[in-house]
Write a new protein. Structure first.
Length: 396
């Protein structure tokens, strides 16, 4: 079989720069984040100090070019960072993922030069917090059903935005938001436009903060627009281009969430491995029993299979950035499999720990709770299956 240019694998070997990044992020995550993760999970407080430190390290805009305040690294660097941060605390990795994948990428790929310089730099550097807002109370997977509206004023200088958005990650602390809302409701998906929102302007407010099951330190809330005047210069990508931007950005976000899920799974697996070696029952370590060995084997195999799908998605993304193509299927497969793997591995890890796994004295129950959201946000597992199947069947 001869591989053509479109199927030839790219190299994913770690460079010296990747190795240095990995060592630095792993050290930071275990030294600065892991010791406070349980405390922030319990209180639900936003970990602003450690988020600022991630910004100082260049992690909050790791794929952004240096001229826009980023670290100028690649998708593999982002994935390695996400895995290590998620192993220490999933909440921190959620904040990191939204900043990088959902906020910065959209502006980098669809913004004007002026928009890139004004809107990326302060967020990529960690000085400000970015957010992404697509979902509404009655509009989740069906974006064409959103009720929020943006109408051009008589002078043609501003869009007046009204409506309520829900489940906006980092919203309680966000300085800048990439917002998707209707400018031509009768056109459904084609009537969605993307706006760059400065949360310090009048007409913007924050609603209730969600009391969540997991990733509790990653603050999530509603946001409310009441006659918010958005300058026409803050339209991103052109009128009616919002749905295209949202879906393109979500492809990148799904790779990030796949990496997050893998990090959670790895943390749970490593804890289970230690416990299986040290915990004794009936005069022997529980890891010597075949039942536990089967669990360990299944957990490890699924983790490594998930890693392979993430790497496949990285290759597809890097190729797409060079050719202008898409990598939706690869991103969806990685996100689907890794999120389901996180659920499986954390459940098995809790089972191996028995009663101690159910106790808040150990982080296993937190891993279990945090893993659950990975099957929902950035597109549910059901949506990922639909995306994959429709592509394979040749359906639109």
């Amino acid at each position: 079989m001869v591989l053509n240019e479109m199927t030839r694998p790219l190299s994913l070997a770690l460079t010296d720069e990747h190795e240095m990044l990995l060592a630095a992020v792993r050290d930071f995550a275990q030294r600065e984040i892991a010791p406070v993760a349980a405390e922030f999970d319990e209180s639900g407080e936003f970990p602003l100090d450690t988020v600022r430190k991630m910004g100082e390290m260049g992690l909050m805009g790791i794929e952004m070019p240096e001229e826009y305040g980023g670290a100028g690294m690649d998708t593999l660097a982002h994935v390695l960072t996400m895995i290590e941060i998620a192993k220490a605390d999933a909440s921190h990795s959620t904040i990191l993922s939204v900043n990088n994948s959902l906020y910065c990428n959209g502006i980098l790929w669809f913004g004007t030069e002026a928009q890139k310089r004004e809107w990326i730099a302060p967020v990529a550097s960690g000085e400000q917090i970015g957010a992404y807002s697509l979902t509404e109370p009655m509009s989740g997977s069906d974006a064409g059903n959103m009720a929020s509206r943006a109408l051009l004023n008589e002078a043609g200088s501003h869009y007046i935005i009204n409506g309520r958005k829900s489940w906006v990650t980092s919203a309680p602390f966000a300085d800048r938001i990439v917002l998707f809302t209707m400018t031509a409701a009768h056109e459904k998906h084609r009537g969605i436009t993307c706006f760059l929102i400065d949360t310090s302007r009048s007409g913007f407010s924050r609603g209730k903060t969600e009391p969540k099951l997991g990733i509790r330190a990653s603050a999530t809330s509603e946001i409310i627009f009441e006659d918010y005047a958005c300058p026409v210069e803050h339209v991103l990508g052109g009128l009616g281009q919002g749905f295209k931007i949202a879906m393109t950005v979500l492809d990148a976000g799904r790779i990030g969430i796949a990496a997050q899920a893998l990090g959670i799974a790895e943390a749970a697996y490593e804890a289970a491995l230690v416990y299986a070696r040290e915990r004794e029952a009936f005069g022997a370590p529980i890891g010597s029993y075949q039942m536990i060995q089967q669990k360990i084997a299944d957990m490890k195999t699924r983790i490594e299979a998930g890693r392979g799908l993430i790497y496949q998605a990285i290759i597809a993304k890097e190729r797409a950035l060079a050719t202008g193509g898409r990598y939706t299927t690869e991103a969806s497969m990685a996100k689907l499999f890794c999120s389901e793997t996180a659920a499986f591995v954390t459940d098995e890890a809790l089972q191996i720990h028995g009663g101690m796994g159910y106790s808040k004295e150990l982080p296993i129950e937190r891993y279990y709770r945090d893993a659950r959201i990975t099957r929902i946000y950035e597109g549910t597992s059901e949506i990922q299956r639909m995306v994959i199947a429709r592509k394979e069947l040749g359906l639109r």
